[in-house]
Write a protein that binds this ligand. Structure first.
Ligand code: LLP
Length: 424
């Protein structure tokens, strides 16, 4: 459930009409709902009741500092994958003691930053990375708390571009090698091995891959403990899928997921870390755009809107479906059309939905792309020199622009002509 509902025939984010935001700041923009973010965080955290658990929001899903601040206030930590995300998380008020650093290619500079702020844990994805951390920590006279991210070689059954847990993927240390590397890491200077981590992919709609991967992790825990080595934390990653409106089967619920964790890895006396992103932010955001033209051809109708693939790349990058609805409820007796909803960018891939059935819109009408709160604004760009999309946070009857639109002049002003490019 989210807090985007029609009130008096007008789609609203909580108590704010999306149309009034459009009147004030123009379109396109993302609007996030505080109540929905809060609700989703709470549902996830509550499902883990009785477990010693830390929920570290995957910052990559939505990294606006206002969103991070909100989650920090609810007790969330952060899973970051770059020095940039680390800086954002700190700026938003998430303490270093609740930040986990993941990613396959952390640079010396990023590792030094993480160690200097006293990060809770670095999830290590390769032996060369382990060696780099040992070297940097020793040189700085600190001890690096690390976990080994294992690759369990389990297919998550999700889109190929967002599956991470098979040996075909660049992520993690092969699970069959992890036992030996774990012992080796324990001997290395500047390293304190806290435990294991894994993340097998994103938008998982089936819970079985989680079960299989966690069982594999459980086997490893037993092997490692048999050697007398300690395991204090298990980071179980993110990946929990959400409905986008085109599902043929019901989506799993987080209670079932938590039950799988208890069955496979419960009772180990460890602290569990979770890295959910999409399940918290996905349904908490919409992308609002205006119709520019309705173009009718002999075989197709196109609704051309002022948002494009540079604002929301998921449809073209992953073939993802996002439901698109009119902001003003057109009522019952309306003329329905079948049309492709497309952006203005000069690529055929700039299509949000093909053959959508919708009330015939007029130029200037607002449409809302639903379930756009995760991996939406974070993946936006200025391709085609389009202004960088604005973001708004709603709370009850209040809203605030948490990222103003970055205008064309500002974008171009960062570029310069080389001194040898004479203008005369
Ligand atoms: N932890 C790690 C190490 C990750 O790589 C990810 C996502 C997560 C947690 C959070 O996963 P979530 O709970 O959000 O599924 N841009 C793509 C999704 C990429 C996900 C990358 N990793 C999309 O728009 O679908």
């Amino acid at each position: 459930m989210d807090h985007f509902e029609y009130k008096n025939g007008h789609l609203s984010a909580e108590d704010v009409k999306l149309g009034s935001i459009a009147d004030e700041i123009g379109t396109p923009f993302y609007a996030y709902s505080t109540a929905t973010l809060t609700r989703h965080y709470q549902i996830f955290a509550d499902a883990l009741h009785g477990m010693n658990a830390l929920v570290c929001f995957a910052v990559k899903a939505n990294s606006n500092i206002a969103v991070l601040r909100l989650l920090a206030g609810l007790g969330a930590g952060a899973d970051v994958v770059s020095g940039g995300e680390l800086t954002r998380a700190l700026k938003a008020g998430i303490p270093a003691s609740k930040i986990i650093f993941s990613g396959v290619g952390k640079t010396d500079e990023e590792l030094s930053l993480a160690l200097s702020i006293g990060i809770r844990q670095i999830n290590v994805e390769s032996v060369p990375e382990l060696e780099a951390i040992s070297r940097i920590a020793s040189a700085n006279g600190v001890v690096a708390p690390i976990a080994l991210r294992i690759n369990p070689d389990i297919d998550a059954g999700t889109h190929a571009k967002i599956t991470t847990g098979t040996l075909e993927n660049k992520f993690g240390i092969e699970w069959t090698l992890a036992h030996e590397i774990y012992s080796r890491a324990n001997q290395m200077p500047g390293i304190e091995v806290k435990g294991l981590a894994m993340h097998i992919g994103s938008q998982l709609h089936d819970l079985e891959p989680f079960r299989k991967a966690y069982e594999r992790m459980g086997d490893l825990v037993a092997m490692i403990r048999k050697d007398g080595l300690s395991i204090e934390t298990l980071d179980l990653g993110g990946g929990f899928g959400i409905p986008y409106g085109d599902e043929t089967a019901p989506m799993p619920n987080v209670e079932e997921y938590a039950q799988i964790v208890r069955e496979t890895l419960g009772g180990l006396g460890v602290e569990y870390i979770f890295e959910p992103g999409r399940v918290i932010a996905g349904n908490a955001g919409v992308l609002v755009s205006s119709v520019i033209y309705v173009k009718e051809g002999s075989s197709k109708t196109f609704v051309i809107v002022d948002a494009a693939m540079n604002d929301l790349i998921r449809p073209t990058l992953y073939g993802a479906y996002h439901e698109i609805v009119p902001v003003d409820d057109p009522g019952k007796d309306v003329d329905m059309i079948e049309a492709d909803i497309v952006g203005p960018i000069c690529e055929t891939g700039d299509t949000f939905v093909k053959s959508a059935t919708l009330p015939r819109p007029e130029p200037g009408d607002l449409l809302a792309v639903r379930t756009a709160g995760a991996y939406g604004a974070v993946q936006s760009s200025t391709y085609n020199t389009r202004p960088l999309v604005a973001e708004v946070l709603v709370d009850g009857d209040k809203f605030h622009v948490i990222r103003p639109r970055l205008g064309v002049e500002e974008i171009i002003s960062r570029e310069s002509i080389a001194p040898w490019q004479s203008t005369d």
